[in-house]
Ligand binder design. Structure first.
Ligand code: MN
Length: 244
């Protein structure tokens, strides 16, 4: 663990923390994360800080588990808590994408056929318009060589991954999983869920024949419509995931 002392940006908006905790539970409830995977949000008081749980299963996260990090992914307030090995995914994306306010990393299985083959993941229906003409695939061997454990465990790998993401909303990781980026926690949760749903339906369609996907204009228009209605699925998913 690092011994660097970094000043805190102060308390985040409690509503932002509430959404981040709910998002952890929703992503588990919807089958996007299991014991692994994580979601972060940019700090509302300082764009050079982000918020992410300590290392634990997302479905168990509470407000007390949320930690603050700088964009090099050093914890500001570790207090002996352990951090996710792959937190660099988040910090390095926030560095180069000022428009991004939340990031999800998951290992959901539906995307892997598209991460591990040359078949591009393209939008099957309007809910997945954010996929555009298909997410890029990050090949860790291009940066780490042939002997990595596949994890984004340092800033250099995170930087390489963020560069491949570029201006896209989703990135696939060969042999590993995916990343979604968005302008809010609600938007990124929507994208993470529909990336997985779209991957499953696209795989089915590819078995039948040659699917017709949304073209770039349809995808962009559908994304704009869905982005404006983000609170509707959020309230449903939140109620489902947080009911006792
Ligand atoms: Mn991972």
């Amino acid at each position: 663990m690092t011994s660097i002392r970094i000043r805190s940006a102060g308390s985040a908006d409690p509503a932002l923390i509430d959404d981040l905790v709910a998002a952890n539970r929703i992503l588990y409830d919807q089958g996007v994360v299991d014991a692994f995977g994580h979601i972060s949000a940019r700090h509302d008081k300082d764009p050079n800080r982000y918020l992410l749980s300590r290392s634990m299963a997302p479905a168990l996260v509470t407000a007390a588990d949320i930690m603050e990090f700088d964009l090099d992914s050093n914890p500001v307030d570790a207090h002996g808590r352990t951090t996710y090995l792959e937190r660099f995914i988040h910090g390095e994306i926030y560095k180069i994408r000022p428009d991004v306010k939340a990031v999800v990393h998951s290992h959901s299985l539906g995307v892997l056929p598209f991460a591990n083959t040359a078949i591009r993941l393209r939008p099957m229906n309007h809910m997945a318009g954010f996929l555009g003409s298909g997410p890029p695939v990050f090949e860790i061997r291009d940066t780490a060589g042939p002997e990595s454990d596949m994890l984004i465990r340092n800033g250099g790998l995170g930087q390489a991954l963020a560069k491949v993401l570029g201006s896209n909303h989703v990135l696939l990781m060969r042999g590993h999983g995916s990343v979604a980026a968005g302008q809010s926690i609600r938007h990124v949760v929507f994208r993470a869920i529909y990336t997985e749903v779209n991957a499953r339906t696209a795989a089915e369609a590819l078995k039948l024949g040659k699917p017709i996907f949304l073209n770039a204009r349809e995808a962009a228009a559908a994304m704009k419509t869905n982005d404006a209605q983000i609170d509707r699925p959020w309230s449903l998913w939140k109620q489902q995931a947080t009911r006792t």
